[in-house]
Design a protein around this ligand. Sequence first.
Ligand code: ADP
Length: 497
Amino acid sequence: MKRSLGDGQLGQLGQLRELAAEHAPVPETLIGPDGSVLSVNRALCDLLRSDAAQLVGTRYADFTHPDDRARHERLFQEAVAGIRDGYRLTKRCLRADGSILQGDYAVNVLRDEGGRVRCLVGQLIDVTPQRAHEQQLREALETITRQRELTQAILDTVDVGLLLIDQHGHYEAYNRRHRDFLHLSYPEGHHGQAGQLGHVYAADGVTALTTEEMPSTRAANGEEFDDLRIWIGADSVERRAISVSSRALFDPSGGFVGSGMSYSDITELMRAIQMRDDFLASVSHELRTPLASVVGYLELLGESLDFGAESRHQIEVLQRNAARLRDLVSDLLESAEQRTGPVVLATMTADVSRIAEEALEAAVPSGWEAGVELKGEIEPGIHGIVDAGRVRQVIDNLVSNGIKYSDPGDRVLLTLSCSDDVALIAVRDTGIGMSEDDLDRLFTPFYRSARARERLTPGVGLGLGICQAIVAAHGGRIEVESRPGEGSLFTATLPLT
Ligand code: ADP
């Protein structure tokens, strides 16, 4: 059975609805078709910091910001005209105290049975805090974008190629200079992954690098290195020399996340070094023959009995200086030759102990002259398949350095021992020593410590580089320990088989 409400019940229901609207938490208003405010609830009054008496009878446009009125008016008119059933817009509302709130305003049109507009129900939600957050977010994004552009602009102006790769070898970012390098190495295009084969060559400029040898592969594996020299470019004339360095990057918990790499073009430097080496090689070559003749004739003169004591002394001075010149020229020649290829050894079974004893004996006069005590602890009977002349050259050089870079009263000790078919040559001195910085560059051609230059010790900084190459050619290595003012210890391992 259908039940219907009586008039009394209907009236009660209307009052209840009004009461509910009045106390609804959502700010609400009823607007007449002419735009006048018919009623407002308590939540709307609170929102606009006003009261119903002030608001009812005004026009909705009165509490809409002037700049947003036209937009709202158009939607309102379209709703009244029946073009739309309702609308929604974000607009600024003016509060009674003059402050502004950002409102999300949703409106529905109520019509009678004949389709005529009775009123419009509007609900206003305060979105001021959201808008403020959105604005802050927008500003933060703009700042980040500006900073990123600035950083990129700076990175693009530097003359060094910069590359960032992740732990899987994926290229994450690089600057303009590195793009040029990539273009030179990979004219057919680069896939953004470490280890791609291309026109990338080893320091000799001709041997193509394998995937494992590529600096990017090594960096992706977490390896750190400095001044790794490679050549890039298909055309051998336009090929560029590049010095590559890499540093591993870690996240805050210490996990490896990739590497930052730098690529510097050192072509001009390499060309200058090449020119220097060519020049030194040809000059030394030209000097060698006349010098050999000077040294030879001076020896003959020294043996002659026709001279008095004064002249004999002068001849000895000439002999010493001519011998120094000859040694210098041969060091220059040898160092230049070593930079173009490995040392060629003439090996045969030799008595290494004997070589060391002879070297020690030969150094006695210069030790005596310098006031340096020279001693040896040489294990007898050490034999090996070595280049005897070259081994002697190494020991001579280390011992002579020990004496040269010591002061009167200091001591130099040469020791030779052997274990597991490897001879160990050690030269320890109590002389001037070296700094950490010197130790890093000791074997670089022409490098001399500041202290060596200050005290005017004769030398050109080639001997140790030559020694290192000779020892390396035998399969051994030279190591150095030193402290300024406390002396140095040079140890060379020499495999005997
Ligand atoms: P040179 O002695 O002709 O300068 P080297 O190549 O033999 O050339 O040595 C390079 C530099 O290393 C020297 O100039 C000196 O500064 C430093 N050095 C070598 N040996 C010693 C040593 N025993 N004590 C201190 N400094 C040394």
